[in-house]
Design a protein around this ligand. Structure first.
Ligand code: AKG
Ligand code: FE2
Length: 439
């Protein structure tokens, strides 16, 4: 399994920051032992700098990493701690450090990591319209002028337009370089910003009610955000214990889901996060959570010989600045044509059901630009929508994206329900009656 860059997952980043003081204690001890053994002053010096770094380590991580701290942390690993390992004889010590990170399935931060962390800062500054002041205020740490110069240099490389000066410097994406139109990109950004300033409650929340499940036993709170296309949020539909369990299971096998296409520069990445796939039989929790999707949506999700009715859960942990640009969940015809057979048994992604496994401290909303719907993740809730119209046509209005994560952790578990599930071939009059759980 590939080792994950810590910047792609805030969970890995948290682990990295948590292991920092242990790393320094280890280096301090190792080099001081070597100094005693060999009497070389080189080791004496290394041991002293390790304890110096240990002394000025940020006091605690508050269990929440944020973009500037992430950047500064990566920088410490790369430029300062990296210097410990330049001596040929120290390669084995570096090996030991690397192996301890490998145990947590992550790689020692490298130049690419530093690039990712700078890109995260730029992504957040452009998406949330923040200047250096705004970033520093929200993180509670300040950057050196050299750091800012590096960030400005990177912005220039990406063709971002700079505005303002000093700490009032902002960056603007001149035009969208993604598959999304400029209009949709603007709407996406505007919806994302609602969550940051929190000054506006969407008035398109059409109805709040209690809803009853397929079996008639379960009851939950439901908020319908759009009737056509149908989008609803369900509250407290997963327990804390289940959320923790599925996050722990997923965390062990996270892989980068950031690389799309040939362009490996992260600022242009369509999607930046880490994810893993969990089948129903992975644990009791995955099975129970799939059953609950059926209970709530009246759509079937099980695996069948001739094709699965739904995909396994996709567990996603975003990194800081991690996002997903506006996209459709269904497959486009040219993709289907290219991968003939992939969809023939199960059909396309009829509907999306997404559990929010965590609250997100800042940012990270799920937004639908064409519908002006923004959903701010609430732990233990879930969002559900249909990607197809009732007549079987793809519904382009379901364009949606994930806003960049500004602080804290964003974890989701998504189940895509395939057309074979038969949700739309209900016994109701299709022209008149919405799906059963509407009523
Ligand atoms: O993370 C989100 O809020 C949305 C994720 C999404 O759209 C997807 O995984 O297809
Ligand atoms: Fe999506």
């Amino acid at each position: 399994q590939d080792l994950l860059d810590p910047c792609l997952s805030s969970h890995r980043m948290q682990q990295l920051m948590d292991s920092e003081s242990n790393l320094l204690k280890f280096l301090n001890q190792t080099f001081s032992d070597r100094a005693k053994l060999s009497g070389e002053s080189h080791y004496e010096k290394l041991s002293r700098s390790a304890s110096r770094f240990l002394a000025v380590l940020p006091e605690n991580n508050n269990d929440v990493v944020d973009p500037l701290r992430t950047f500064l942390g990566i920088k410490r690993f790369l430029s300062y701690y990296g210097k410990f390992f330049t001596h040929k004889k120290d390669k084995d010590v570096f090996g030991a450090v690397q192996r301890s990170l490998e145990k947590q399935k992550m790689k020692y931060p490298d130049k690419a990591s530093l690039g990712y962390s700078i890109d995260a800062i730029l992504r957040l500054m452009t998406a949330y319209d923040l200047d250096f002041d705004g970033m520093e205020n929200s993180s509670g740490v300040s950057l050196s002028s050299e750091d800012k110069k590096n960030i400005m240099q990177r912005a220039k490389e990406f063709g971002l337009e700079a505005k303002g000066s000093g700490n009032g410097k902002k960056f603007i994406e001149k035009k969208s370089r993604h598959q999304v139109t400029d209009t949709d990109m603007t709407k996406y950004n505007n919806l994302c910003r609602l969550s940051r300033h929190n000054s506006y409650t969407p008035d398109n929340r059409l109805s709040c009610s209690y809803a009853k499940g397929l079996s008639g036993l379960a009851v939950w709170k439901q908020e319908v955000l759009s009737r056509d296309p149908y989008i609803a949020v369900f509250y407290d539909v997963i327990t804390k214990r289940e959320a923790t369990s599925i996050m722990n299971t997923g965390a062990k096998i996270l892989e980068g889901s950031g690389v799309m296409g040939k362009n490996k520069t992260s600022l242009l990445h369509h999607r930046l996060s880490a994810s893993s796939w969990l089948w129903d039989n992975h644990t009791d929790t995955t099975l129970n959570l799939s059953r609950r999707v059926e209970e709530i949506t009246s759509l079937r999700t099980e695996f069948r010989d001739h094709g699965t009715l739904a995909e396994p859960f996709q567990i996603v942990n975003y990194g800081l600045g991690g996002h997903y640009f506006p996209h459709m969940d269904y497959h486009l015809q040219h993709v289907i044509d290219a991968q003939y057979g992939v969809l023939e048994n199960s059909g396309d992604r009829l509907a999306t059901f997404m559990y929010y496994l965590s609250d997100v401290k800042e940012g990270g909303a799920t937004v639908f630009p064409e519908l002006s719907v923004a959903i701010f993740p609430v732990k233990l809730s879930a969002v559900f929508w249909y990607n197809f119209k009732i007549d079987g046509e793809r519904d382009t209005r379901t364009l949606h994206g994930a806003c960049p994560v500004m602080g804290g952790q964003k974890w989701i578990a998504t189940k895509w329900i395939r057309q074979l599930s038969g949700g739309l071939s209900s016994t109701c009059e299709l022209s008149e009656t919405p799906p059963p759980f509407f009523r």
